[in-house]
Write a protein that binds this ligand. Structure first.
Ligand SMILES: NC(=O)c1ccc[n+]([C@@H]2O[C@H](COP(=O)([O-])OP(=O)(O)OC[C@H]3O[C@@H](n4cnc5c(N)ncnc54)[C@H](O)[C@@H]3O)[C@@H](O)[C@H]2O)c1
Length: 280
């Protein structure tokens, strides 16, 4: 790769799987040393072991502030400093409709998808200020944080709130040389999708293959995004190449959040043909 992150130390929450794991691998390939901060102990340890001295696993539950702080402490104890915080852990949360959502499910979604990000900013920014070095904080949003209609009310509201956190923190932390940005993936095929549809983990790969075969071609670019596509954007935001970029969210979605998706011309044509056929 390009040594984009040589000398930097990063934490990636949710780094044991999917987008987070791809980011860990990309950051290390660019020369960073990385703490994989995840609740998934076995997967996290396997990922860290595969990267040798460049990575360490710290069991971290991002719903617990002390646990996030412990990940920061581990980065400093093991690698001497912290330069990049990637608040990536999250899940689709409570998928209830607006008419069904209850306070417990809503709160649970917010604790995992929003409060964790706010506290990730807090713990990292305190360390950056102490070091006097500045730093980069990146958070995983979603196209559901930029538009309505992609997901449930709790997830959509939560990811919009993450954008608010990024925008606010960018201003408050700018005087300390701390940049805050987000990446907003479109549909990326990761185990998260299996969880979202209650498909057993052992069948996750089959689900992904099925969805790619059925729907991949419907994306304007003719394919779904990959975890590497998202990791590449995160690497840019982690690096000094983005030194004057703050308070923004980069969609990594093949363009789908830039235009109206509702019904494609092809779908209208196919439906009209169906109707015409029914007349004969
Ligand atoms: N996959 C997509 O299509 C997609 C689209 C938009 C946004 N996202 C976002 O991307 C991020 C990563 O999702 P993914 O698709 O890679 O999912 P994933 O399920 O593959 O990975 C999520 C990781 O987060 C970890 N995690 C869950 N709860 C945690 C907690 N309390 N503390 C620490 N770690 C925890 C899991 O153990 C897992 O390793 C999430 O924030 C998600 O909302 C995903």
């Amino acid at each position: 790769m390009n040594d984009l992150l040589t000398g930097k130390v990063a934490i990636v929450t949710g780094g044991a799987s999917g987008i987070g794991l791809a980011a860990v691998q990309r950051f290390v390939a660019e020369g960073a040393r990385v703490v994989i901060a995840d609740v998934a102990q076995e997967a996290g340890e396997i990922a860290a072991a595969s990267l040798g001295e460049m990575a360490e696993f710290q069991r971290t539950d991002v719903t617990d502030e002390a646990s996030i702080q412990a990940a920061v402490d581990t980065a400093v104890a093991s690698f001497g400093q912290l330069d990049v915080m990637f608040n990536n852990a999250g899940s689709t949360g409570d998928r209830s409709a607006v008419t069904e959502i209850g306070p417990a499910g809503f709160d649970k979604t917010f604790v995992l998808d929003v409060r964790s990000v706010v506290l990730g900013h807090k713990c990292a920014a305190r360390r950056f200020k102490e070091q006097g070095t500045g730093g980069s904080i990146i958070s995983t949003v979603s196209v559901a944080g930029l538009q309505g209609g992609w997901s449930s009310v709790s997830y959509t509201t939560a990811k919009h709130a993450v954008v608010g956190t990024i925008r606010h923190a960018a201003k408050e932390l700018a005087p300390f040389g701390i940049r805050c940005n987000g990446v907003a993936p479109g549909v990326i095929m990761t185990p998260l999708l299996a969880k979202a549809f209650d498909v057993p983990p052992a069948r996750a790969d089959q689900l992904v293959k099925h969805l790619v075969a059925r729907l991949g071609g419907k994306q304007a670019m003719g394919r779904y995004g990959s975890v590497e596509d998202v990791a590449n954007a995160a690497a840019f935001l982690a690096s000094d190449l983005s030194a004057y970029v703050s308070g923004t969210v980069i969609p990594v979605d093949g363009g789908i959040s830039s235009y109206t998706l509702s019904t494609s011309d092809e779908e209208i044509y196919a439906a009209a043909q169906e109707f015409v056929r029914s007349l004969t």
